[in-house]
Design a binder for this molecule. Structure first.
Ligand code: SF4
Length: 323
């Protein structure tokens, strides 16, 4: 038997689940424990198929819209990304027992936008069109109250309403560097632009990008464990490329590893998006260990101890669903 070639794996830390994702998954599991199956969940509770499938096996039923919930007595949970105001309004109109698992850091952005609107300001939202979080944030206010800014070109083309103060908020899972560039361009055009008191890009997004920046220049390739529809995972892959990593790929499971790219390397970086469970990171390491003599080292750039309590409805048993 030929000896396996050596491979040093540098594991980025922090990686994987953030406090908002843990809370959202715990919310579905607690609702199942308290109320039994089925528990309905509007949209993927977090952007990871593995998580969604395992919750399905426990009795969660995922729906695209509330109109697909057939039984008003069953709990319905809203995903961590947040929802437009029309969604809880629709739930109330149908008397659905709804539980909001929106991450508190997304809710913070919603509240900021509301305050700006109340003060008569026009709001610029830096984010990606079509992402559920952006749909949710734009849906906090009437049409026209928020303008979405995706690129530097959008900044150049922007014609905000006349005579109104301008404020900006951002999606929580953006590239820290790209967002800085866009905000600087906005501030150059609109020097009186009002900024958030505290950065909207969340701690988890920032910390995961920092760890990738440290590891990316040291390795021949980097794998981000995560889903293609996960914004923060996509950003990690881009950050790795920009920080000098020759090859970086986003993979959900081991069968997606392209061995023509990762089959003859000496040093590999691994991280995971905020919605990817650690078990999938372990699977990836195992897949490399079948081909290489692996040594694993963790490269840590921050400690995290953020914790969010469950939504109120799930903290104490609720006797009947419709009450
Ligand atoms: S990535 Fe950030 S904003 Fe999104 S759920 Fe996690 S902690 Fe909350």
């Amino acid at each position: 038997m030929t000896a396996k070639p050596p491979l040093d794996i540098l594991l980025c830390a922090p990686r994987g689940f953030c406090a908002g994702v843990v809370r959202a998954i715990d919310a579905v599991e607690k609702a199942l424990a308290l109320h039994g199956a089925p528990v309905f969940v509007r949209h993927e509770i977090v952007h990871n198929k593995y998580v969604v499938e395992s919750l399905k096996r426990k009795g969660a039923v995922f729906v695209a819209e509330l109109s697909e919930v057939p039984d008003a007595s069953r709990p319905v949970i809203f995903s961590a990304h947040g929802v437009p105001k029309s969604v809880p309004a629709q739930a109330q109109a149908r008397n659905l027992f709804h539980i909001d698992a929106t991450c508190p850091l997304v809710t913070k952005v919603h509240r900021e936008a509301e305050v700006h609107h109340k003060r008569g300001r026009h709001i610029l939202l830096v984010g990606h069109a079509g992402h559920p979080e952006v749909i949710g944030t734009m849906g906090q206010l009437p049409d026209g109250a928020i303008t979405l800014i995706e690129t530097l070109d959008d900044v150049a083309m922007l014609t905000p309403p006349e005579g109104r103060d301008l404020a900006y908020v951002t999606q929580t899972t953006l590239s820290v560097d790209d967002t800085r560039e866009i905000v600087q361009a906005l501030q150059a055009r609109f020097p009186a632009l009002i900024a958030p008191h505290k950065e909207d890009i969340c701690y988890a997004t920032t910390n995961r990008q920092e760890a990738v920046k440290r590891v990316a220049p040291l390795v021949d390739g980097l794998i981000v464990v995560g889903s293609p529809n996960s914004s923060n995972s996509q950003r990690l892959r881009e950050v790795a490329e920009r920080a000098g990593c020759p090859v970086s790929r986003l993979v959900l499971r081991t069968d997606e590893i392209d061995w023509s790219l990762f089959g003859a390397i000496r040093r590999l970086g691994i991280t995971a998006g905020a919605s990817a469970p650690e078990v999938l990171v372990e699977e990836i390491i195992d897949a490399f260990a079948e081909r290489y003599e692996v040594t694993v080292e963790t490269v840590s750039t921050a400690d995290e101890s953020v914790f969010f309590p469950l939504p109120r409805e799930l903290r104490e048993p609720t006797p009947t669903a419709a009450e």
